[in-house]
Design a protein around this ligand. Structure first.
Ligand code: HDD
Length: 665
């Protein structure tokens, strides 16, 4: 889709080229007569040095990989627009939030954290949610995750956390998984991980799609208005599409059946014009109320419960355009928490302070030098001028003799400006203290909010958390680590830890371990308590044979924006409709619901069809059938299993039917 009046799109156009229909040339513009044979002495002789074309082509190829991101290597992005809901100048000077309807171009990159660039997407992991706002005042980056807290409190432990979760160094196994000894060894030796580990074991870590997850800035930032008044602030993205997660068995199977599941969904939905939308909201604490809470508001392992500190919605982001070139845009985009605009400032959150160093530093190795801001995707849409010069790949041609500040030859320009003219002024916080390496005692309650998270879940979600612990710890080979984990999480909930202990073959938590006191539950942290019934963009498979008549069903599903794919025993046309997949190329884990309207004479095909139905049933999805002998006995009266096409739509809309028994999560 083309965006009108989008400065970023216009800027990118200047760098975009179409090769179709053009003569082949070298990088230096020389037209070529042959691209299939090296220049040799005789047809069977050696290739000669003179072959500049061979050398250029091969050299470029040899150098075409760059280091992947040290974390968040696997990701996918899209362009869009952010629109402000109103004037937020009472809390921040940020111009892009200053007027109702003001539009700002954005680019978002979603990612997993632990896996390498080619890894599967539906693994259990935190998801990155990084947004670059190309504002009139320069680029503002909101570099967040889909979980509102973090594993550690101080950035100095980040390399340790990441080394522990990445594949183990002696054999580089396992890829994109936390279910191994070193990760859990880190967890049990760093109790501050307790709260985040609860989220990591929950369905938050296996989102259904990038469209259906929340985003959070995680760290505490500061908003400052034109009068210099400050609020501590936490950022939230709320998906208009609602939230949904996979079930674990399904997530693992999709990782093999379609490792690109999340990027494919994002790309396809944007191509189809079903643009994902997210509302930006903030929680605010006035500067004077810093010490009013039971938790330290600078501690990144704590949420600010929404019931205590409500959200204020500031605007909506719509992702409406796919990239033209993955490498040039999605791979080369460079985020940095330090890219801020006037009105947005930092807090002393020790994780944030360390992040402020790491992001630019990592771009230098990843993008090969200090000029990565000149790459088209990273350029601001407002002018930029300074005395920085040279470096690898410099593109800007700075005219003139002067490249230093305090000059007379150029009237001391480029010149700084006052805050009233848009200059960035750091918030003048008064700080006194001794130089120490120590954690504040106010950061030392590791368990209360971990328990609050547990108490806020529905019974189904609690069951999933226990299953996740049993899977993850079940893969840990060192029995002492398993036992230490059970003891650690008994502080969160003894009954939960006892169940886990039993299933992973270790003794029950020691009697001396005390479970922490209850906090009031926060419904906002549960996914199921916040579900929105939705049909749009759901994907349904309908299994048909030559006798099936499903025209009406297809029509009513498509009227609701449901994507329908026809599956049969062979490809081709049935009743003037194209068969999208066979029972071999499709898989039930790739659908939100299944309708069986076939009965094949071949027993093997029927068995395959039965597997489809079983899997759909086991993953709690809507299942309808009209012609399949034998199914009645298996699924009769189960929730979300229907025999009439019109009931099917309702069953689909209601999401997963977790009240089904005998299913496997
Ligand atoms: Fe980070 C990438 C989010 C803690 C250091 N981080 C990265 C990305 C996201 C986050 C979404 C991918 C950006 C992209 O798509 O290009 N990181 C977070 C959040 C954190 C967090 C929400 C907790 C509040 N990160 C964190 C710490 C450090 C880093 C504590 C180091 C001190 N993060 C990096 C990095 C990365 C990165 C090494 C790797 C690639 C990149 O920056 O561009 O600098």
């Amino acid at each position: 889709m083309e965006n009108n009046n989008n400065k970023k799109v216009d800027q990118l156009k200047q760098f975009t080229t179409k090769d179709e229909g053009q003569p082949l040339t070298t990088n230096h513009g020389l037209k070529l007569t042959n691209d299939e044979h090296s220049l040799t002495i005789g047809e069977r002789g050696p290739t000669i040095m003179e072959d500049f074309h061979f050398r250029e082509k091969m050299t470029h190829f040899d150098h075409e990989r760059i280091p992947e991101r040290v974390v968040h290597a696997r990701g996918s992005g899209a362009h869009g627009v952010f629109e402000s809901y109103g004037d937020a100048s009472d809390i921040t000077m940020a111009h892009f939030l200053g007027e109702k309807g003001r539009q700002t171009p954005v680019f978002v990159r979603f990612s997993t954290v632990a896996g390498s660039r080619g890894s599967a997407e539906t693994v259990r992991d935190v998801r990155g949610f990084a947004t670059k706002f190309y504002t009139e005042e320069g680029n503002y980056d909101l570099v967040g995750n889909n979980i509102p807290i973090f594993f550690i409190q101080d950035a100095i432990k980040f390399p340790d956390l990441i080394h522990a979760v990445k594949p183990e160094p002696h054999n580089e196994i396992p890829q994109a998984q936390s279910a191994h000894d070193t990760f859990w060894d880190f967890v049990v030796n760093n109790e501050e991980t307790a709260h985040m580990t609860m989220w990591h074991m929950s369905d938050r870590a296996i989102p259904k799609s990038y469209r259906q997850m929340e985003g959070f800035g995680v760290n505490t930032f500061r908003f400052v208005n034109a009068n210099g008044e400050a609020h501590f602030v936490k950022f939230h993205w709320k998906p208009v599409q609602g939230m949904e997660s996979l079930v674990w068995d399904e997530a693992q199977k999709i990782a093999g059946k379609d490792p690109d599941f999340h990027r494919r969904d994002l790309f396809d939905q944007i191509e189809a014009g079903n643009y994902p939308e997210y509302e930006l909201a903030v929680q605010l604490i006035p500067q004077e109320e810093e010490f009013k809470f039971d938790f330290d508001i600078l501690d990144p392992t704590k949420i600010w419960p929404e019931e205590l500190i409500p959200l204020r919605k500031l605007g909506k982001m719509t992702l409406n355009r796919n990239v033209d070139n993955f490498f040039a845009e999605t791979e080369q985009i460079a985020f940095h928490v330090g890219h801020v605009v006037p009105g947005i400032d930092f807090s002393n959150d020790p994780l944030l302070q360390g992040r402020l160093f790491s992001y630019t530093d990592t771009q230098l190795i990843r993008l090969g030098g200090p000029n990565f801001h000149e790459l088209p995707i990273n350029r601001p849409v407002c002018p930029f001028h300074n005395n920085q010069r040279d470096g690898y790949g410099r593109m800007t041609i700075n005219k003139g003799r002067v490249a230093y500040g305090r000059n007379g030859l150029q009237n001391d320009t480029p010149h700084v400006v006052d805050q009233k003219d848009g200059g960035y002024a750091h918030y003048q916080e008064k700080i006194e203290g001794r130089k120490v390496r120590a954690r504040s005692v106010s950061f030392e309650d590791f368990y209360s909010q971990a328990r609050q998270f547990w108490l806020s879940q529905t019974p189904v979600e609690q069951e999933h958390i226990i299953d996740a612990f049993c899977f993850e710890l079940g893969k840990v080979e060192t029995i002492e680590i398993r036992k230490a984990a059970v003891d650690m999480f008994a502080r969160v909930d003894r009954a939960m830890a006892e169940q886990i202990a039993q299933r992973i073959g270790v003794s029950a938590p020691d009697a001396s371990i005390e479970q922490v006191a209850d906090l009031p539950p926060s419904d906002a942290v549960s996914i199921l308590k916040n579900q929105v019934p939705i049909l749009k963009a759901k994907k349904v498979g309908i299994i048909v044979d030559t006798n099936s008549n499903v025209d009406d069903l297809i029509q009513s599903l498509e009227n609701e924006g449901v994507i329908v794919e026809l599956i049969s025993d062979k490809q081709g046309m049935i009743n003037n409709r194209e068969i999208n997949h066979t029972l071999d190329t499709a898989d039930p884990v790739l659908y939100d619901g299944l309708f069986v309207a076939a009965s094949f004479t071949d027993v093997v095909q029927n068995r395959k069809m039965q597997r489809f139905a079983d899997e759909i049933f086991n993953h709690y999805k809507a299942l309808g059938y009209i012609a399949f002998e034998g199914m009645d006995k298996l699924y009769a009266n189960a929730p979300g299993v229907v025999t009439a096409p019109d009931e099917f739509i309702n069953a689909l809309k209601m999401g997963r039917h977790f009240d089904r028994t005998d299913a496997t999560g």
